[in-house]
Ligand binder design. Sequence first.
Ligand SMILES: *[C@@H]1O[C@H](CO)[C@@H](O)[C@H](O)[C@H]1NC(C)=O
Ligand SMILES: *[C@@H]1O[C@H](CO)[C@@H](O)[C@H](O)[C@H]1NC(C)=O
Ligand SMILES: *[C@@H]1O[C@H](CO)[C@@H](O)[C@H](O)[C@H]1NC(C)=O
Ligand SMILES: *[C@@H]1O[C@H](CO)[C@@H](O)[C@H](O)[C@H]1NC(C)=O
Ligand SMILES: *[C@@H]1O[C@H](CO)[C@@H](O)[C@H](O)[C@H]1NC(C)=O
Ligand SMILES: *[C@@H]1O[C@H](CO)[C@@H](O)[C@H](O)[C@H]1NC(C)=O
Ligand SMILES: *[C@@H]1O[C@H](CO)[C@@H](O)[C@H](O)[C@H]1NC(C)=O
Length: 262
Amino acid sequence: MGSSTLLIFFVLPILLVLAPLAPTIVGHHTSSACTDNADYCWSCVDNGGMQPTHNASNNGGIYRQNLNTLLSSLTSDPKINPRFYSSSLGQAPDKVNAIAVCRGDVAPEDCRTCFKDSVPIFLQKCADQKKGIIWAERCTVQYSNISIFGVLEYDPLKNVPSMHNVSNPEQYKQVRDPLFENLSEKAAAGDSDLKFAAGNVSVHVTNETIYATVQCSPDLDKQNCSDCLKESISEIPVCCDRVGGGRVLRPSCYLRFESSPF
Ligand SMILES: *[C@@H]1O[C@H](CO)[C@@H](O)[C@H](O)[C@H]1NC(C)=O
Ligand SMILES: *[C@@H]1O[C@H](CO)[C@@H](O)[C@H](O)[C@H]1NC(C)=O
Ligand SMILES: *[C@@H]1O[C@H](CO)[C@@H](O)[C@H](O)[C@H]1NC(C)=O
Ligand SMILES: *[C@@H]1O[C@H](CO)[C@@H](O)[C@H](O)[C@H]1NC(C)=O
Ligand SMILES: *[C@@H]1O[C@H](CO)[C@@H](O)[C@H](O)[C@H]1NC(C)=O
Ligand SMILES: *[C@@H]1O[C@H](CO)[C@@H](O)[C@H](O)[C@H]1NC(C)=O
Ligand SMILES: *[C@@H]1O[C@H](CO)[C@@H](O)[C@H](O)[C@H]1NC(C)=O
């Protein structure tokens, strides 16, 4: 029997049987999506081979109960800081850690509204997973069974380009890059409640204006905030180089630019 026959009759069938199981064995299956108008984007990470399940009796699972309790206190407890929420509930292996961050230029009442609107969508999309994040336009909510406070997380990454193209991408880039460097430095220098910066700059040649915002989860230290934003800035050519705007979304930091105020 030749080695190619061996391959076809023995090795190949084994590979074919194993291939669909590979993500489960490795155990990091991520599913990401956005609503049609990209008001909400989310990523759910099945970080350990736990099969997503819609079994109703599983909804009584302790992990899921802890998650529901934690996120409902985010939307209903008037005493929480509406700009930055960080809390944990339960005992391992059912301990849930959650962090919520509101965009730095949004009024506290609108932060609460953003959390209220996001949490039901989030629970619908991700609650069968051990870890997830939802990015709304004005706030971000994430949870994990692993401690996430003060931890730099680059992944999952989600790029959301805007729709319209710019007339002169090279000119645009020459003005945009220094703006982002300036804003990143400002945001990283923020305190443990807020690491945010916003600004605008005009592209003289084309008479366009670039409006930009950067933000880190405020529990990150200065160096990690700066590193996260640097990675996101370097993602712009992949995400949105030829378009007039877009968002680079990570758990630890947020970057957005547009050709009109947002
Ligand atoms: C988190 O969940 C994953 C998947 O179920 C599991 O493998 C891991 O051990 C858990 N970690 C902790 C700290 O509970
Ligand atoms: C749902 O969970 C219950 C209790 O754990 C179990 O008896 C039942 O078989 C499960 N149903 C499905 C469809 O997995
Ligand atoms: C940055 O984050 C990492 C991992 O989350 C952490 O170990 C480290 O202490 C943080 N600070 C610096 C300065 O790297
Ligand atoms: C933007 O440019 C790309 C190619 O450069 C083109 O395919 C796309 O249709 C343009 N989009 C708009 C909205 O003009
Ligand atoms: C950012 O730009 C502003 C004005 O454009 C300037 O005053 C400030 O010094 C700059 N900051 C940094 C860190 O470059
Ligand atoms: C644009 O930036 C200037 C300062 O650089 C600021 O005064 C103005 O409010 C900004 N405009 C918007 C719409 O953010
Ligand atoms: C540039 O924009 C300004 C303000 O929007 C407008 O008043 C001016 O006419 C524009 N100039 C050109 C050359 O388009």
